[in-house]
Design a protein around this ligand. Structure first.
Ligand code: ZN
Length: 121
C-alpha cells in the first residue's frame, strides 16, 4: 500500500475513533482502570423511588448496554487497526495473509479480513 492511502486510512480511523469516544462518553463513564473500557451510567430519575421509577431506570439501563457493547467493540477494532498501521501489518488479511482490497479498506478501514475470508467466515 502506498504511503498516501495509508495516511488517509489512518486519518479515517482516527476520526472514527474520536466520534465513537464521543458517543460512548455521552451515555457512559470511561473506566480509568481498564483502557478502552466504558461503563454504562446507571440512569438516575430521582431520589424518591416509586416502583415505577425503579422499573424505568432498569429498562433504560438494559437498553443502553447492548449499544455500549457494540460501540466498544467497534472502538477496539479501530484501535487494533491503528496498532497494525504502527507495526506495519495493516491491510493484511488475518486469515489468509493476502492483501485486503483497498476499496474495502476505504469503506471499512477497521476490516481485518479480506472479502473472501469474510464471506467464508
Ligand atoms: Zn483472507
Amino acid at each position: 500500500m502506498d504511503k498516501n492511502s495509508l495516511s488517509q486510512l489512518k486519518k479515517k480511523l482516527e476520526d472514527r475513533r474520536l466520534k465513537l469516544q464521543d458517543e460512548l462518553a455521552s451515555f457512559s463513564k470511561k473506566d480509568e482502570q481498564v483502557k478502552g473500557d466504558y461503563d454504562t451510567n446507571f440512569p438516575d430519575f430521582g431520589t424518591t423511588q416509586s416502583v415505577d421509577e425503579e422499573a424505568l431506570e432498569v429498562a433504560a439501563y438494559d437498553s443502553a448496554l447492548p449499544v455500549e457493547y457494540a460501540l466498544e467493540l467497534r472502538l477496539a477494532n479501530i484501535n487494533k487497526a491503528l496498532d497494525k498501521i504502527k507495526n506495519g501489518s495493516y491491510g493484511q488479511c488475518e486469515k489468509c495473509s493476502e492483501k485486503i482490497d483497498i476499496k474495502r479498506l476505504e469503506a471499512m478501514p477497521e476490516a481485518t479480513l479480506c472479502l473472501k475470508c469474510q464471506q467464508n467466515n
